[in-house]
Design a protein around this ligand. Structure first.
Ligand code: ADP
Ligand code: TZD
Ligand code: MG
Length: 576
């Protein structure tokens, strides 16, 4: 009989390790976080257990990284924050993920329920679950160690299934220290089976959609970022090509088919929207980015017939009547349509195809000389013309893009050749995604990243270039420095000594910021210098920031969406 000293103690596990084990069991291998009470050790232990833990300088950027990791991988990106202020910093990204239909889980440590619910003033006290609820797809709290497995399983399934989105998971501090028998703990974990089940469309919806499409004289396909997310790249390409119909990619769907594809209507967007008679949307919503499917942009008073392919039934008829809804996941829907088209599909009407093609060619030819200018200071066309050639030569590069003019010009000038290679401000047009998206793109794909940033846009997440240097990521940031928001030329109308609200310090040297952290900084004044610097950065894979000096007069108010600014009667009267 063994004496009591040699009897092994029952092996215990704790909340920290159950969270980590549950994530690992579900194939989650990266956490984007900012450490602090009560989750510092969670990051440490996760790293010890082989999870990659990328620590940021601000939770919003960690959250944006998690959001885009979700878009790129179809697995929920994980952002880990401390309570109250850290949670709130991460919340913008969680809401952004939900708005864009990206799967993400924000995990925040929180204070004990007893103190929060009696509002007794804990360290960083806040009723986080209540605040998160309206801003995400689902929100859960785990109070007992034995429920961690189920809690994380629910969070994963909620984030990925159906229309993807953001999920909040609230983990109070004393959960982490709770213990349970190791073996019981392992048994309590849940490996989620098929987190995003296929949702094949009803066969009659497919027939209806194809009948409508066949009857069209001027059909158009619009691909949205849901189509890019779906990773049904081959099927989508086969469907578009078999149909012979011109297609328009929304900005993050660029590259699903290469932008120089003969069916691309990208350079004839206005004509395609105005003159088409039947429009098939695939993973794109009829929100403000598509003028809600009506009005002048759509050639009103002529009305359109819409076919809408989307996983979310509630999206149908959200802005205009949908004649042929096809509800299901894009992979299944597009495959079903391809199959049903069979061999007897008649090609899209040739005169329509030709008129779109002609317009594309005319517009491309008209633009070409402007993209080859070598003006100093640079204008947007000269600078982006140089970057356009680089992406053409190195199409695996992931382009991250934010700003106003910097965004709008880059979207139309830089062609994308492969799926999910363009990441931008998305549905909200939100500034501040830049460095978070760039970091996650590099971490998740191992591919080089080119972040093209307005100088204002860059400021929202710019401190994360330290993070880029710390993890030695192959990210080249180009700051389009036009001394401010839209332009650097505004003056204070009152004559006071403050500069105008849209103007920054003139000739700031953003390149020096990168040097401060050990990366390469370059000051570029011409398209040739810019091209050379970006080529060098991509070849070296070194963290690089290029301060591209842009003519401060070159931009326009709000880029291409100035029409969305409200007008002031008073200001108009004063102009007269
Ligand atoms: P864009 O801004 O590019 O037009 P949106 O974000 O407006 O794109 O639309 C994306 C749409 O894609 C959403 O309505 C979403 O429900 C849908 N979606 C996302 N993933 C899938 C999928 N796997 N299958 C079908 N629809 C999807
Ligand atoms: N804050 C947030 C979070 N998102 C926003 N979209 C804005 C503010 C408003 N905004 C824009 O819509 S674009 C922009 C702001 C502040 C910056 C434009 O300046 P830029 O680009 O320097 O980035 P250009 O090239 O000078 O136009
Ligand atoms: Mg600017």
């Amino acid at each position: 009989m063994a004496d009591s000293e040699t009897v092994p103690e029952a092996q215990l596990t704790d909340g920290f390790h159950l969270v980590i084990d549950a994530l690992k069991l579900n194939g989650i291998n990266t956490i984007y976080n900012v450490p602090g009470i009560p989750i510092t050790d969670l990051g440490r232990f996760a790293q010890a257990q082989g999870i990659r833990v990328i620590s940021f300088r601000h939770e919003q950027n960690a959250g944006q990284a998690a959001a885009i990791a979700g878009f790129l991988t179809k697995k929920p990106g994980i952002c880990l924050t401390v309570s109250a202020p850290g949670f709130l910093n991460g919340l913008t990204a969680l809401a952004n993920a939900t708005t864009n239909c990206f799967p993400m889980i924000l995990i925040s440590g929180s204070s004990e329920r007893e103190i929060v619910d009696l509002q007794q003033g804990d360290y960083e006290e806040m009723d986080q679950l209540a605040i998160a609820k309206p801003l995400c797809k689902a929100a859960f709290r785990v109070l007992h160690a034995q429920d961690i497995g189920i809690g994380i399983a629910r969070a994963i399934r909620a984030a990925c299934s159906g229309r993807p989105g953001g999920v909040y998971l609230d983990l109070p501090a004393n959960l982490f220290g709770q213990t349970m028998d190791h073996e019981d703990g392992q048994k309590s974990l849940v490996e989620v089976v098929d987190p995003a089940p296929a949702q094949p469309p009803a066969p009659e919806s497919v027939t209806r959609a194809l009948d409508v499409l066949k009857g069209a004289k001027r059909p158009l396909i619009i691909l949205g970022k849901g189509a890019a997310y779906a990773q049904a790249d081959e099927e989508i390409r086969a469907f578009v090509e078999k149909s012979g119909i011109p297609y328009l990619p929304m900005s993050m769907a660029k590259g699903l088919l290469p932008d120089d594809h003969p069916q691309s209507a990208g350079a004839a967007r206005s004509l395609a929207l105005k003159e088409s008679d039947v429009v098939m949307l695939i993973g794109a919503r009829l929100n403000w980015l598509l003028s809600h499917g009506k009005g002048k942009a759509w050639g009103e008073p002529y009305s359109k017939t819409f076919i809408h392919v989307d996983i979310e039934p509630k999206e149908m008829d959200s802005n205009v009547a949908i004649t042929a809804p096809v509800v299901g996941d894009i992979g299944s829907c597009v495959s079903a349509m391809l199959e049903r088209m069979g061999e007897d599909w008649t090609a899209a009407p040739a005169d329509w195809v030709a008129s779109v093609r002609d317009k594309v060619q005319t517009n491309v030819e008209r633009m070409a000389p402007r993209l080859r200018n070598n003006n100093v200071p640079m204008d947007f066309h000269g600078a982006l013309g140089a970057l356009r050639e680089i992406i053409k030569a190195q199409p695996d590069t992931i382009l991250v893009n934010e700003g106003a003019n910097t965004l709008d010009f880059a979207r139309s000038i830089i062609d994308i050749y492969k799926p999910r290679k363009r990441l931008d401000v998305g549905t909200w047009g939100v500034m501040g995604i830049g460095m978070g998206y760039a970091i996650a793109a590099a971490v998740e794909t191992g591919k080089p990243v080119l972040a093209v940033e307005g100088d204002s846009a860059f400021g929202f997440s710019g401190i994360e270039i330290e993070t880029i240097c710390r993890y030695n990521l192959p990210v080249c940031v180009v700051v389009f420095n036009n001394n401010g928001i839209y332009r650097g030329t505004d003056v204070n109308p009152s004559g006071g000594s403050d500069v105008a609200p849209t103007v920054f310090v003139k000739d700031s040297r953003y390149d020096k910021m990168m040097e401060a952290f050990g990366g390469d900084g370059v000051y570029a004044t011409s398209p040739d210098e810019l091209r050379e610097a970006v080529e060098k950065a991509l070849a070296s894979g070194r963290p690089t920031l290029i301060n591209a000096v842009i003519d401060e007069k070159a931009g326009t108010e709000s880029g291409r969406i100035g029409n969305l600014n409200p007008t002031s009667v008073v200001a108009q009267q004063q102009k007269k």
